[in-house]
Design a protein around this ligand. Structure first.
Ligand code: UN1
Length: 517
C-alpha cells in the first residue's frame, strides 16, 4: 500500500494487510463476495472487504430487531447523551475520517472534512432533538377527554447511501434514527466500504461503552443482492435510500408493496438563474463551486445555468477563466480544487454526455475531454476536464436538459424574462435544488412563492449545493419527495399514535352518535 494510503488507514485503525470484515451486527463478520476499495485518484486497491452473505444479512436484520427492542426503552434524553458522545468521538477523528473520504471517494480535503463536519453538526442537532421530540395535546370535543399525539420509536431503519457522500448522508439518518430510539442498518455504496467501516467502528465503540447493543448501528456491506435483501425485508420498517432515479423507482415500489415506509433522495438536475442585477462577484464563484466542486458529483451540483441575455458574455468569459485555472490533483493535497470522478464508469458517463452534446450541435466552451497527460500516479485516476456547453436551444424535454449527468458538465441557456427561466427551472422531472441571483426583492418574491421554483431547495444569492443541516433536505418530483437532516425530518423516524384518553365517568361517542335506545 502507498504510504499516502497506509497513514490514513492506520490512523483509523483499519488494517488492510488482510481481507476486512464488512459486516457489523454487534460483532464483526463477513464471508460474502469481496468488495475492492479502489482509490479513484491513482487506481490503487486500498483494501479488500468481505461483504455480507444472505445468511449474514438475515442475522443482521434479526440482531437489529433485538437491538431496537432494547434501545426503544432507553429514555430519549439518555439516547441524546449517547449521541453527544458519538459527536465527540467523530469530532476527534474529523481530520483522519475526512482524509479517508478524500482517499476513497476522491473529493478534495476541505470537502472530505466538511462531510465529517456535516455529520458532527447533525449529531449536535439530534442531541438537542432528544429533548424536543414532542407530541401534542389536542382539544377533544368530548367532556373529560383528552387526545394526545405521541411519537414512539419506529423500529429498524435501513439506510442505503450513495458513494458521493459516503459519511454525511448516513450521518443524517443515523442521528435522527438514534434520537428516535430505532436500530439502524447501513448498506453503503459498494465502492466506499472503508468509510462505512471506519464510521461504524467509531459509533460502535461509543455504543459499547454505554452498554447498548452494537446492532443499534449495524452495517452490511455488499452490492445489489444485499441491497435487495434489506429493502425487501419486512423486518425493516423504513428504508431511506439515496441514489439514482432508476433504482429509487424500484426501491419505492418494493417497499410500498409491503407497506413499509420509504424515504427517497434521488436525482438532482439543479439550475442556477442569474438576473441582470445580480452581483457577479458572488454569482460567478458560486456557480464555479456548484458545477466543479466535488467534480460535479453532488446531487445538489449545478448542472444548468440560465443567464440573462444582457450579462451572458461577461459572465461566461469570467467563468471560463476560472475553469481554465483549475488543475487536477491529488484530493489529499490541500491546494487541489479538482479531484477525480469516483469510478471508471463515471468517466464513460461523462464521455457519453459530451458526445451527445456535440452530436446535438452544442458548443463546448471549455473542457470536453478527460486528462491524458497526467504524471504518475495521477495517470491511474479518473480525471476529467470540467466542461461548459451551450446547447443550440433550451428544450427541457430533451435528454440534454432533462437528465442528470453525475459529472462536471454545465449546460448554459440564455433568457430574457425571469418567467421563462423559472419555466425552464421547473420543466425537468427532478426537483432537488435551485438558485436565483438577484438584488431585486420582486424577483425574490416570485422565486420563492407559488409561481416560483418547484424544487425542495430554493436559494437566493446562494448556490445550489452545500446546504446546512438545519433545514430539512430533499427534493420534489422525481427526486422522490423525501426529507432528511433538519427541520421536521425527524417526524418520519417515529411512529405516531393518536391516543384518546377518557378521564370521565361517561363514554360518549364522537360526532354525537347515539348507539342505545
Ligand atoms: C448529496 O449530494 O447527496 O447540500 C448530499 C449539499 C450537501 C449534501 C449533499 N450538504 O451539497
Amino acid at each position: 500500500l502507498s504510504s499516502r494510503a497506509s497513514t490514513i488507514l492506520h490512523a483509523l485503525d483499519i488494517r488492510s494487510d488482510s481481507e476486512l470484515a464488512g459486516v457489523y451486527d454487534g460483532e464483526w463478520t463477513g464471508s460474502g463476495e469481496i468488495l475492492e476499495s479502489v482509490c479513484p485518484t491513482t487506481g490503487e486497491v486500498l483494501a479488500r472487504v468481505k461483504s455480507a452473505t444472505p445468511a449474514e444479512v438475515e442475522r443482521a436484520l434479526e440482531r437489529s430487531r433485538e437491538a431496537y427492542k432494547v434501545f426503544r426503552t432507553v429514555p430519549a434524553p439518555k439516547r441524546g447523551e449517547i449521541l453527544r458522545q458519538i459527536r465527540e468521538a467523530l469530532a476527534a477523528k474529523r481530520d483522519d475520517l475526512g482524509a479517508l473520504v478524500s482517499l476513497e471517494m476522491g473529493k478534495i480535503r476541505t470537502e472530505g472534512e466538511g462531510e465529517v463536519q456535516e455529520f458532527v453538526d447533525i449529531v449536535d442537532y439530534a442531541v438537542g432533538l432528544s429533548r424536543m421530540m414532542n407530541g401534542r395535546v389536542v382539544a377533544s370535543e368530548r367532556p373529560g377527554h383528552s387526545i394526545l399525539e405521541v411519537p414512539n420509536p419506529l423500529g429498524v431503519v435501513a439506510v442505503l447511501s450513495a458513494f458521493n457522500f459516503p459519511v454525511a448522508v448516513y450521518g443524517w439518518n443515523l442521528a435522527l434514527s438514534l434520537a428516535a430510539g430505532n436500530a439502524t442498518l447501513w448498506k453503503p455504496a459498494p465502492s466506499t466500504p472503508l468509510c462505512s467501516i471506519a464510521v461504524t467502528k467509531i459509533v460502535s465503540s461509543v455504543l459499547e461503552k454505554n452498554g447498548v447493543p452494537g446492532a443499534v448501528a449495524g452495517l452490511v456491506t455488499g452490492g445489489k443482492v444485499v441491497g435487495e435483501a434489506v429493502v425487501g425485508s419486512s423486518d425493516v420498517d423504513m428504508v431511506s435510500f439515496t441514489g439514482s432515479e432508476a433504482i429509487g423507482r424500484e426501491v419505492g415500489k418494493v417497499v410500498q408493496s409491503r407497506f413499509g415506509k420509504v424515504l427517497l433522495e434521488l436525482g438532482g438536475n439543479n439550475a442556477a438563474i442569474v438576473m441582470p442585477d445580480a452581483d457577479l462577484n458572488m454569482a460567478i464563484p458560486a456557480v464555479f463551486f456548484g458545477a466543479v466542486g466535488t467534480a460535479g458529483q453532488r446531487c445538489t451540483s449545478t448542472r444548468r445555468l440560465y443567464l440573462h441575455s444582457s450579462i451572458v458574455q461577461k459572465f461566461l468569459s469570467r467563468l471560463e477563466s476560472l475553469y481554465q485555472s483549475v488543475r487536477p490533483g491529488d484530493p489529499l493535497d490541500r491546494s487541489t480544487l479538482l479531484g477525480p470522478l469516483h469510478t471508471r464508469a463515471a468517466v464513460g458517463i461523462y464521455h457519453d454526455a459530451v458526445d451527445h452534446l456535440l452530436k446535438t450541435g452544442a458548443e463546448i466552451l471549455t473542457g470536453g475531454a478527460p486528462y491524458t497527460d497526467l504524471p504518475a500516479p495521477l495517470n491511474g485516476g479518473n480525471f476529467v476536464r470540467p466542461t461548459i456547453a451551450i446547447p443550440q436551444e433550451v428544450n427541457v424535454k430533451d435528454p440534454v436538459w432533462s437528465t442528470e449527468t453525475f459529472a462536471p458538465v454545465l449546460k448554459v441557456g440564455v433568457f430574457d424574462e425571469l418567467e421563462q427561466a423559472i419555466e425552464w427551472n421547473n420543466g425537468v422531472p427532478q426537483g432537488l435544488s435551485s438558485s436565483l441571483w438577484t438584488r431585486d426583492i420582486r424577483n425574490v418574491g416570485k422565486w420563492i412563492g407559488p409561481v416560483g421554483s418547484d424544487a425542495g431547495i430554493v436559494n437566493v444569492n446562494v448556490g445550489t449545493s452545500g446546504a446546512e443541516i438545519g433545514a430539512a433536505f430533499g427534493g420534489n418530483k422525481s427526486t422522490g419527495w423525501g426529507r432528511e437532516s433538519g427541520g421536521d425530518a425527524w417526524k418520519q423516524y417515529v411512529r405516531w399514535s393518536a391516543c384518546t384518553l377518557n378521564f370521565s365517568d361517561e363514554a360518549p361517542l364522537a360526532q354525537g352518535v347515539q348507539f342505545s335506545n
